[in-house]
Design a protein around this ligand. Structure first.
Ligand code: PGA
Length: 207
């Protein structure tokens, strides 16, 4: 494991974008595992800027996202599909059909999790998985625990996580109660992992 210290958020974002772009340049058809949340936004902005300058090509890149709220459609402005479209996919030349986010509206969420594991396997696994981390240490929607699910699964969100995400919704009642998330096994099978943490609120989790 390598730890890169960054002097501030913009330095962190640039360093992260550098590592992601190295992956894209070394393997133009790489599978990127992507994350939502406020932390990776700066890195996505930097990648978009480098794409616009002609330094990056996403045309053969494929992606799988970590998680999605259960019950939200991709058009809902708090869904993670919406986040990815607006913070990255709409601004680069990735083919939308090569981007994957769990379907929050799947009638059978368990079957959707099985399908999602199959999507990751069919792509040959993840080359570089980008991660944020929750203040309590959660990764994706995998909350701290002594036992972890390996594969993609449905989780009941903790009150702490719902409260912390309530700022993005009109009220706490609108925050979904469940989500579909990759498991720790999916994440740990990635060939490389890049975990970003910024700010004092993450210090304890990183420690
Ligand atoms: P953040 O969320 O990037 O918005 O801090 C990270 C997380 O909760 O996984």
């Amino acid at each position: 494991m390598k730890i890169y210290a960054a002097k501030d958020y913009s330095d962190l974002s640039r360093k992260a974008a550098n590592l992601i772009s190295a992956q894209i340049i070394m393997k133009p058809d790489a599978v990127l595992g992507l994350a939502t949340g406020s932390t990776p936004v700066g890195a996505y902005k930097q990648l978009i800027a480098w794409y616009e300058e002609g330094d990056l090509d996403f045309s053969r890149i494929r992606s799988v996202n970590l998680d999605e709220y259960k019950g939200l459609s991709g058009e809902h402005d708090q869904s993670y599909r919406y986040f990815m479209n607006h913070n990255l996919f709409n601004h680069v030349n990735i083919r939308k059909e090569d981007t994957n986010v769990p379907n929050g509206l799947a009638e059978d969420a368990e079957a959707e999790c099985v399908r999602y594991n199959g999507v990751i396997a069919a792509m040959g696994g993840i080359d570089l998985q980008l991660l944020g981390i929750g203040g309590n240490g959660h990764i994706g929607f995998n909350e701290p625990s002594s036992v972890f699910e390996k594969g993609t699964h449905v989780v009941t969100l903790t009150e702490e996580t719902r409260q912390s995400n309530a700022r993005f919704f009109a009220s706490i009642d609108e925050v979904p109660t469940h989500a579909l998330t990759m498991g720790v096994g999916n994440i740990m099978s990635a060939r490389k992992i890049l975990l970003l943490a910024s700010g004092e609120a993450k210090a304890k989790a990183v420690y």
